[in-house]
Design a protein around this ligand. Structure first.
Ligand code: ARG
Length: 588
């Protein structure tokens, strides 16, 4: 379906042309004075220069022409030359029926589907997920869903941090504790055990212990570095340990992400990129891009237009070891080889922006990607506590994701069991659904690049711009629809009729922005636009609901039209929360 704004613009263009003006002046926008009109056009003011006429004169001519239009109920020329536009009730109702009859609610799939690779999540193996990782997962998941909804082919890759010193640290600490394990015996020839020699909770304790020791004990760190080196150079026992670490860790990560309703198509990690490094480096050298500077191998990435210094991209350290950069570049190599994406999106902490500028420029310059490939860095801000500092536990420790989720779950459970007579188990389940909405909406409703305050009280509130408020609105609609059904009536063949009240029209006008909003949210990789839209729809719905007798309406035809409008509102809201990555319960 065409967008409302485009339909209006076409109509206004016709009038400009008919009156002898260039159609480029027919630019229509949403009204910034909703008390006066729904849409507006300021083109008459812009046309003054070319036509040397008073703006109001031009505006009046256009308004005169538009009196014949079937889509406007009123067109007013007002000083100094604005055109104030209101749509007819019939036009708005027709648009609603068009949306209702379409399974995509009037939002067309793209005609040029792209292959998009999204790099998000980015957890580090053997380290528990902490709140720093939650944003990447939540935002990336939503962007993936929005892009899929628009008809693109999207591949989500978790890009595990499974390479480097952290692995050597774990191996070293394990050797301290259980030196007798076969993994440490260099002469061992047999198969390694299937079962990992540690559980996830042991693993999560081993890593921080080792990390702490390495900071205090230089000799210990030396050993960990040696273990890392040997692992990376193919020592069999260590590689078997790496597999165990991955397996145990990934099982736990999957469970955690499942609780967040986040899924990945690929579970690749930094280690998967390693085989691609030697050839890549060789080619960079051969093509003359990589050169040795102070012992290290680097590629210059500064550009003339830079206003600040962009340091060279380091490819290999002076000892020949690869770095975070090397891995990211080699990851691009296999992603291009296996998936040939048109677009790469990285959802990573915005503090890594300079780093990604270097990586992207290096990838372009050295021809790892085609010139037309899009490389997008979506940097997100920090999730802060009420004190404005990064969110911590009450004791000041790093907040683990699981702990955060269970805190919100508990809060929600209290509210839900206080609010109604739901049984224990049902209340638990509902609390889980609502808690997830509270967390995700609290995050996604902010522009990703901004820091935000994670305010448990506000996020779990049933009022205001919150996830629970949106769910509450959906639940309210579901309950009316159920009552209607229980009364034995059916609105199945009814159409939505022209709005009867200002509040009903206002609801329809909000709903009608769906297709334009979704397209825009995709183009700008901006889930917060979906949140802003559903907040407006929910507000408009609740206003309509408070002013309208729906169940008590005696005119059955009118009542059936209301029911259809409710169905449509529900579908729109549910489609939106689905792309945000959460769902609504039946009761709450
Ligand atoms: N593991 C990294 C971290 O915890 C994030 C990875 C981001 N993605 C990437 N391709 N570098 O900081």
């Amino acid at each position: 379906m065409k967008k409302v704004l485009d339909l209006i613009t076409e109509e206004v263009k016709g009038a400009f042309l008919a009156c002898g003006y260039d159609e480029k002046y027919a630019k229509v926008t949403l009204s910034n004075r909703p008390d006066l009109c729904e849409y507006q056009c300021n083109g008459a003011l812009a046309a003054v220069k070319e036509y040397k006429k008073a703006p109001l004169v031009i505006a009046e001519e256009i308004a005169g022409k538009l009196q014949e239009s079937e889509i406007f109920s009123s067109v007013e020329a007002v000083k100094p030359g604005f055109l104030n536009l209101k749509l007819t009730a019939e036009f708005v109702a027709d648009f609603m029926n068009g949306m209702r009859e379409d399974d995509r609610l009037g939002c067309e799939e793209t005609k040029n589907p792209k292959t998009i690779m999204i790099d998000y999540g980015g957890p580090n193996v053997a380290k528990p997920l902490h709140v720093g990782h939650i944003r990447s997962a939540i935002i990336g998941e939503s962007i993936k869903r929005i892009a899929r909804f628009m008809g693109h082919k999207v591949i989500g890759d978790v890009h595990l941090g499974d390479w480097g010193l952290q692995m050597g640290l774990i191996i070293t600490e394990l050797k301290e504790r259980k030196p007798e394990l076969v993994y440490f015996d260099e002469n061992y020839e047999g198969d390694y055990p299937k079962e990992a020699p540690f559980t996830i909770s042991e693993l999560e304790e081993i890593y921080p212990t080792a990390s702490k020791k390495s900071k205090e004990d230089a000799e210990y760190k030396e050993r960990a570095m040696q273990a890392t080196f040997e692992l990376q150079h193919g020592r069999k026992g260590y590689q078997a340990l790496l597999s165990h670490i991955l397996e145990v860790s990934v099982t736990d990560l999957k469970r955690n992400y499942k609780n967040l309703n986040v899924t990945f198509d690929l579970w690749k990690g930094e280690s998967d990129a390693q085989p691609y490094i030697p050839d890549m480096v060789e080619k960079m050298k051969k093509d003359g891009y990589a050169y040795v500077s102070e012992g290290a191998l680097v590629v210059d990435v500064k550009e003339e237009s830079d206003t600040k210094e962009i340091p060279p991209c380091m490819i290999l350290k002076s000892d020949g070891a690869s770095l975070y950069n090397t891995t990211d570049l080699a990851t691009i190599v296999w992603r291009v080889k296996d998936y040939d994406p048109d677009t790469f999106i990285y959802v990573v902490d915005k503090r890594q922006e300079l780093y990604f500028t270097q990586v992207f420029r290096c990838a372009r310059k050295t021809g790892l990607v085609k010139p037309e490939t899009e490389l997008k860095f979506l940097g997100f801000g920090t999730m802060n506590g009420k004190d404005g500092k990064p969110f911590k536990t009450r004791e000041g420790g790093v907040m683990r994701l699981e702990y955060l989720i269970s805190t919100i779950n508990e809060e929600m459970y209290k509210k839900i069991s206080d609010n109604n007579n739901m049984s224990g188990e049902e209340a638990r389940e509902t609390a889980g659904i609502v808690a997830l909405a509270a967390i995700k909406y609290g995050d996604l409703s902010n522009q990703a690049s901004k820091d935000y305050v994670f305010d448990i009280e506000r996020f779990t509130s049933f009022e205001g711009n919150t996830g629970p408020y949106i769910l509450y609105t959906i639940v309210r609609i579901k309950s009316i629809l159920n009552k209607y059904k229980e009364s034995g009536k059916s609105a199945e063949n009814a159409a939505i009729s022209a709005p009867n009240s200002e509040s009903e029209k206002a609801l329809m006008l909000e709903i009608s922005k769906f297709n334009a909003m979704m397209e825009n949210a995709f183009e700008e990789t901006a889930p917060h636009k979906v949140c802003a839209y559903i907040y407006d729809v929910a507000n408009a719905f609740n206003h309509f609901y408070h002013e309208t007798k729906i169940m008590a309406e005696e005119d059955e035809k009118l009542q059936a039209s209301y029911i259809q409008l409710l169905e449509l509102t529900k579908r729109v809201l549910e489609t939106c929360i689905d792309v945000l990555g959460f769902s609504a319960p039946d009761k709450m």
